[in-house]
Design a protein around this ligand. Sequence first.
Ligand SMILES: *[C@@H]1O[C@H](CO)[C@@H](O)[C@H](O)[C@H]1NC(C)=O
Ligand SMILES: *[C@@H]1O[C@H](CO)[C@@H](O)[C@H](O)[C@H]1NC(C)=O
Ligand SMILES: *[C@@H]1O[C@H](CO)[C@@H](O)[C@H](O)[C@H]1NC(C)=O
Ligand SMILES: [Zn+2]
Length: 927
Amino acid sequence: MSSCGSKIWLLANLLLIAFIAASESVDYRLNLNVLPSLYNLTIGIRGDADNPGAIFDGEVKITLQTKHIDVYRITLHTDSIEIEDCWLYNATGDLVEHIVAARLIYEQETNKLTVPLAKAMTINQNYILHFKYTGKVRTDTAGLFAVSYVEEQTKKTKWVLLTEMQNINARRVFPCFDEPAIKAKFEVHIGRPSGFNAISNTKLIRTTNEGNNRFMDHFDMTPIMSTYLLAFVISGYRARGNTSEMAIYTRPEFYQYTEFSYSVAQRALPAFENIFQTSYKELGNELFQYATTPRFPHNSMENWGLVIFKDKVVLEEKGYTDGWSQKEFTIRNIVHENSHMWFGNSVTFKWWSYVWMQEGFARFYEFFMGHKLYPEHQLDQQLVIRKVQHVFSTDALNITQPMTSPENSIQSPADIDYKFGRVSFAKAACVIRMWRNAMGGDNFDKAIRSYLKKHHLGNVEPKDLFAQLKDHWPAKQNVNLDQFFSDFTEQPGYPMITVNISQENHLIGLRQKRFLSNPGDGSDPSLRYTIPITFATNLEPNFQNLTPHMYFDKVVDVALIYSKEPIDWIILNKQQSNYYRVFYDTPILRKIQEALSKDGHSSIAVENRAQLVNDLFNFASVGMIDYAEVFQFLEYLSKEVEYIPWFAAYDGLQDVVRRLTPQQLTHFEKYLRDITAAVYSKLGVFWSSEDNVLDVYNRDMQVAWLCKFKNSDCNRQVTFNFEGNLNKPSPDYRETFYCAAARSAGYDRLLDLYQMETNFNERDLLWKSVSCTRDYRRHYQNEILNSSTSVFQKTVGLAQMYQQNPDLITSIYLMITEDIELLADALGSWSKTADVLSNMADYFTTREQEKLFSDFIDKDSKLFGDSAVTLKTALSTVNKNVQWAEQRLGKLVNFLISRNGAAAVGLTMATTLLMMMSTVLSFLLKL
Ligand SMILES: *[C@@H]1O[C@H](CO)[C@@H](O)[C@H](O)[C@H]1NC(C)=O
Ligand SMILES: *[C@@H]1O[C@H](CO)[C@@H](O)[C@H](O)[C@H]1NC(C)=O
Ligand SMILES: *[C@@H]1O[C@H](CO)[C@@H](O)[C@H](O)[C@H]1NC(C)=O
Ligand SMILES: [Zn+2]
């Protein structure tokens, strides 16, 4: 599975808490007395292609066996299906027992269905348990569900019926032993009306005509696999490719948009066959299909032989959705799902507590293999900013969890959902990357091949993986591997290493401590880890060799590195290849900053430049250093032209800059102009055919910031290019460029473009762009209050107006609240109006704004009815935000003011430095 939702993450946590309180003694697990070897499954759609109906007919014959004596009951799972009848046959096909539905025992909470038997089963004998039942064609996305779309040409409504069995929804489609370790083969038969075709995990063997315009499609037997991997799609889709080997299915009018994704699919599979040294077919299925759907709970799902994607993931429409970032999204998802054929489908976790053993590897290969196949996207570098630094924020909070949970702690459906979060995906990918870097790529590949081979069609737990990694780990490394593996998989969180230098720059001292974003939140601050130490220095600025110099043992308090020559600077964790932050003592940080400002950044790797920036923002966020020091460090960026460090910089800047008052922003604007000098002069505002992918992303980001923060050259150049050139910029850059143009003279032309546009995605983009106008009064009155834009678009447009023009927020607020009933009429509700104001208040930065808002609430909150409470909550958030800024940003503002006053620069820097040193020293003492 591939998903990207932090919302899901939080929700899952709430559910988990609810569960722990509610049902401690419920047993969700099946006993393993009786095990299936084959499901012979027939699903019949009742309706026709225009109206597929809400009920389906099901029939399943499960071949099963017991190895135990005295087995009088067979327990398996069902959910939301009506059993009509049930029979037990022996291997030769004789009826052993007819069990009428009324005798079946069902337990709602655990979805367990028990079939009581009159006679004990004979051991080691095949039986066939036969159910006839009906199930629901669902309207949500769990189990078998129907989605519709309107065909653009004919305006007719078309239906697609498809499945999503993960995590535990197979039981909504057929009675089954719905646990990942209870694997079996499946033979699927789909009954459907004419006008539809069916595809499933395996090859279509034959179709029989059942009369009355109805057909039955019979599919080949699957390999032995888990229930959650079963899938079928019933649709009027058209295939690209060879339907008996590899094909992508989508609605006919989208056929032309699958050219790129098909080419990715063709590249990805052989690449995995090559690295794992097993062909896909050898795993047990000849067919590899992809299908798309307008609605799906995740981006994609790795059903064996039938991967399902949300439409938007794999469709590239020329001129609209064929930019680099969309292609990257397609590449990553296809590569991710391909790796699951090995990691997940062939070798499956024993239980959901080990979700990372599949999702971590899929995420890792998504970047690693994606980079091999499409090096122009530099996914190797992007992993550092998009995954390592991203998951660091979650993994430093109490809501995090260890990669591996004890099996018995993951029982209920909510527990299982909870394991499908960032830690199992992103953290695991980063930790797997760390292992690979520490043991070496060749050793890692060998270990993985051996693991995949040994456990083919089996189920695994972490120790099975670790055994293979250990077998292939370089013997000369001095490390307790069991400890190393368990520190990062069984403990939550990650360490921060503190580095100082002494004895005339010969001796480097390292200490470790868990990094916590919110030390009071209940997280255990005492955790320690076995940490691979890599470093480069000015004496040896080699950032390529990622083999650990040593491992920082968790029982040791201080690790020391002695250098014969005095060291100027040292950087730990080369390429941020391991999973930790590094805190440098101020003198070292100064030297690093100097080194970064030299030609070629003194060879310091681009990932480390991003790491330094990201770490500093996080240290400032928890108060270990002042933001002034971060901003002072960022002065090095005036020589930086690469996307990766800039991404880290803007990612950190956004939360701070958002809290600056309009007046303080003018100081930031000057600062921004200075630190972007090199990158802006390299990239400019106009696209070029020479651009590489990261240049395209980088320009998008730079222009978005510079034009928003009133860089006059940026705005002038955009206007000039927009007026002199009618070509559309690439989809990657279009919204930013148009938004910048709408701030000045481009508004009218963009409004025309928006009004004439029929492409759905493009209309959204144009609407967001025109809403960047500074002519807020006109836009508000003509387009937001008095037009036919949807309520959703009105709220998006309003947010754009002040977010894209931070200096206008008070004026916009005053305009709206002048007559709030106008807005309430336009939005059709007071609760939406309250939401709009509350979102806006989140951008307030001054006591004056707070006062205006509070006066408004005193005067007008009665209009809002129940939603008045939303306003009051928002007011207290404003208070908190302003207070935070008053406490935390004072030194930063002074720094900006004094650095901008050119004459005083030298002196001020020295004072600031002194002040910061004392901050750092007191921090060290507290350790
Ligand atoms: C599955 O059931 C169908 C229909 O009853 C039958 O024709 C087929 O032989 C069965 N398959 C297996 C492997 O038993
Ligand atoms: C460096 O760290 C070591 C070990 O924590 C400590 O003993 C020493 O005083 C520190 N030196 C400086 C210059 O901070
Ligand atoms: C969160 O805090 C609680 C209460 O102190 C603690 O029991 C739990 O282990 C913490 N969770 C994590 C992941 O640190
Ligand atoms: Zn996945």
